[in-house]
Design a protein around this ligand. Sequence first.
Ligand SMILES: N[C@@H](CCC(=O)N[C@@H](CS)C(=O)NCC(=O)O)C(=O)O
Length: 324
Amino acid sequence: MRYKRLPFDWMPATLDWIPDDLPHPPLCAAANRKLDGLTPRVVPAVYFPNDGLIRNESTTIAYLLDERHADRLAVPRDPAVAFCSHLLEDMADEWLVKIAFLYRWGHEEDAAFKSRIVTGEFLGGYYSRAVLDKAAKHFASRQQSRMRLVGATAENAAMIMMSFDRLLKAMDRLSDNATFIFGASPTLADFGFYGQLQSLAADPTPWASMRGAAPGVFPYLQLLEDSSGIETQELSLLDIGAATADLLRIVVDIYLPYLRANERALAGNEPSFAFEVDGLRYVQEPFKYHAKCYRVLREKFSALNPGARSQVEAVLGSTEFLLS
Ligand SMILES: N[C@@H](CCC(=O)N[C@@H](CS)C(=O)NCC(=O)O)C(=O)O
């Protein structure tokens, strides 16, 4: 929203995260009324006051904002860049959340630290320390009970951490060639990474790893926090550097195999699925929404014109997982 120079109000929403016996502040109650009837019950959600439309799913919101406010596009005009930007944003939204979950809810120190911040925002001030402690504990254990659903388990930790290491190495080198992933102005991919990396950079354990392994990520996040002063540039896949190519290789090596294994398990009505990368194994219950993500990616790939498609093929190396 800041990049697009759109004014907005930020309203914390509780959904069902605060138990009934704790106070629900008026600000959250107002936001919750607007969220009434919204499916799936997930945030962020954007309410458009002019026509009362409400939408969630960050990817859908980004496309909708570009449709309604077309002067500073998050989805680049160049179709090859737009496709790769979508691919990276999808991985950021759907795979990087596993890294964030594993750290935040898998380490007691992180869980205690962050649950107070998150619930403090929901409670909206004027709460006693006892109320905050109770709400924070409730929220942390609720999130911990969902770790398996997300795949953030001890069994999957080695693969998740390997993907984080690769991601940090690539992100740390981004400024060798460009300011943002595809060049001098940010795209949907940057906003997707920003969401996850900013949260990792504010949790004690991943913050320490990031500081050691990828100090270059911090100025990148700082720039993205408010990119309203950055001019939008035309971007081309022909100009990307090694760091961006490495990020795209993570999609090819880990995220697309994950999406395909998930889709096959859903189609076969399997109770769980597994896949391996570099001898590391990952197991999870199938997740319906990720089958939709995979379908959208393949549709977008097949809709590319021949020129854009060959540029995408050249950077991805293998497009086997994108063919229907
Ligand atoms: N793919 C969605 C994911 C949204 C999502 O999972 N949001 C979480 C909070 S970060 C949520 O609302 N979870 C609902 C719950 O835990 O009940 C997006 O990118 O917007």
